[in-house]
Write a protein that binds this ligand. Structure first.
Ligand code: ADP
Length: 255
């Protein structure tokens, strides 16, 4: 069993695309590595993989060892590794136009044929919604998911979509670690003032209503976007960023 030495499996879910799942998956992973943990990120967004880009691993490819595929290491000390379909494509602009069964088979392979090795956390970044990819993850992990983090933006539409993720977790018996509200206000890079562009509080309200933990409120921050473009940890590049405190709260609560 290639996952037998993985201590915790965390799913990152959202009802909509573009709300920051991959961004937060990467920053949580980098934060855990900063805290001394060994972490893997599995990108299950087969049709829109973005983890390699966000870890600055766009030109990497995978190879095989006796125990299976070897994930791509993102740090020299081998504390962080990733697996994504993007590592298998001939060109980074090549589209993956697959029906459900092929996607399902690919995810099964990611979970059974990748030699993850000894690992404190495997963070699984998922596509938006509750579709083939999610079902495949749940079926192949059979009760081994430690918990799910639900990501939403503050607007009512996004919050109502994330409720569907919550129901998915209940129906598939996945414990919910809590809710993160991303893009919660905009932090001006010049004066650090936070303006409420999309309103605020939708995620926290949902957490309250459903009796879930509210993990963090992460603002829209150009410095964070910059880190995502370059695969770097916010704390290393922008230690004075106003986003650092909520991001560290999120990292600590995941641990
Ligand atoms: P998803 O995985 O949910 O589709 P992404 O993580 O790819 O969303 O985020 C979409 C875009 O928004 C990315 O370009 C990312 O850099 C940006 N982004 C996400 N969260 C933030 C944030 N808090 N501050 C600034 N940019 C963000």
């Amino acid at each position: 069993d290639n996952l037998s030495s993985v201590k915790n499996v965390i799913l990152v879910l959202s009802g909509k695309g573009g709300v920051g799942k991959s961004t937060l998956s990467v920053q949580i992973a980098l934060g855990l590595v900063h805290a001394g943990k060994t972490v893997g990120i599995l990108d299950t967004d087969v049709c829109g993989p973005s983890i390699p880009k966000m870890l600055n691993l766009e030109n990497a490819s995978i190879y095989q060892c006796d125990q299976g595929w070897v994930p791509v290491f993102a740090t020299d000390d081998k504390k962080l590794c990733a697996m994504s379909i993007a590592f298998m494509l001939g060109s980074k602009d090549e589209p993956v136009i697959w029906r459900g069964p092929k996607k399902t088979a690919m995810i099964k392979q990611f979970l059974t044929d990748v030699h993850w090795g000894e690992m404190d956390y495997l963070i699984i970044d998922t596509p938006p919604g509750t579709s083939d990819e999610h079902l495949s993850v749940v079926q192949n992990l059979k009760g081994r998911v430690t918990g799910a983090i639900l990501v939403t933006t503050p607007q009512a539409v996004a919050v109502s979509d994330v409720r569907r993720e919550l129901t998915f977790c209940w129906k598939t018996s996945i414990p919910v670690l809590g809710v993160v509200e991303n893009m919660s206000g905009y932090v001006c890079p010049h004066c650090s003032e936070c303006s409420l562009i999309f309103s605020q509080g939708g995620g926290e309200e949902l957490a309250k209503q459903e009796n879930l933990r509210f993990l963090a409120r992460i603002p829209l921050d150009p410095n964070l976007a910059n880190c995502c473009e370059t695969g770097r940890n916010l704390i290393d590049v922008f230690p004075d960023s106003a986003t650092l405190k909520p991001m560290m709260e999120l990292q600590v609560q995941t641990d």
